[in-house]
Design a protein around this ligand. Sequence first.
Ligand SMILES: Nc1ncnc2c1ncn2[C@@H]1O[C@H](COP(=O)(O)OP(=O)(O)O)[C@@H](O)[C@H]1O
Ligand SMILES: [Mg+2]
Length: 275
Amino acid sequence: MWLAKAKDSVKNIKVNTNQENGYKGIIECSNLSFSYESGMEILKDITFTTREGESVGIVGANGAGKSTLLRILVGLETTYSGEVLIDKIPVSRDTLAAVRAHAGYLFQDSDNQLFTQSVYQDVAFAPRNYGLGEEDVDKRVMEALNTMGITHLKDKQIYKMSGGEKKMASIATLLSMTPDILLFDEPSIALDPSNRRTLINVLNRLELTKLIASHDLDLILETCSRVILISEGGIVKEGPAEEILKDKKLLESNHLELPLCMQGYTPFKGGSGEN
Ligand SMILES: Nc1ncnc2c1ncn2[C@@H]1O[C@H](COP(=O)(O)OP(=O)(O)O)[C@@H](O)[C@H]1O
Ligand SMILES: [Mg+2]
């Protein structure tokens, strides 16, 4: 009930997306395997696809390979075997510019995302780099800040911002590229409850394809329709979020726990019981 309310209480945001090759929001991963230089196989034969506008949770214990998977999808690691297509573009060193016009990656640590003096400069950086004129850049920046509800932070210096503000600004740096796919790496980590709630609302309002890697299974349940569970670099199970996230045995055998809302967790005794 509370979940439906949270989803209904926000207005959806339609993002203008790149459509130049006719495809948008489609990730196709076939038989993807990957090792870092150390040689141990980190991802093993990963195959999945996403539909346009779908929101998919990637869950798994520490070290399962979630971040590595997201990094490969945006070309931060390119020495994989198998096939990875972003809107039909094969991800390789030669296609990085095109891939990143379609797909943005939200780093776990916002300090890896924000590297200039002010929010405006950071949000303007990628569109400027792609050769847009200043007028178009300004339009993109203001749209992205507006979408995130942070126009008031436009001139704020990064080092003076809170963790929650940095997370919102980091998402704006991705939106200014008008992506149709966003990849989120542990987006709620280090956020207080109020910032986490704002993030969940933002995620639910963004009408584009989302892949969200997180330990926060309550967040996954509230934002994703489908879940892919990975363990030791391989897909253990994928299916509807509500089915996988209520499977206590499956989660525990993969070093995870039921989401708190499914543990019958009631923080205040004597409350209404609705949480
Ligand atoms: N740059 C790297 N070099 C070598 N091994 C790495 C590197 N980054 C991650 N790993 C290893 O890859 C495995 C998967 O890590 P990661 O993708 O970060 O998992 P998760 O995000 O699920 O916690 C872990 O065993 C980790 O130690
Ligand atoms: Mg990780």
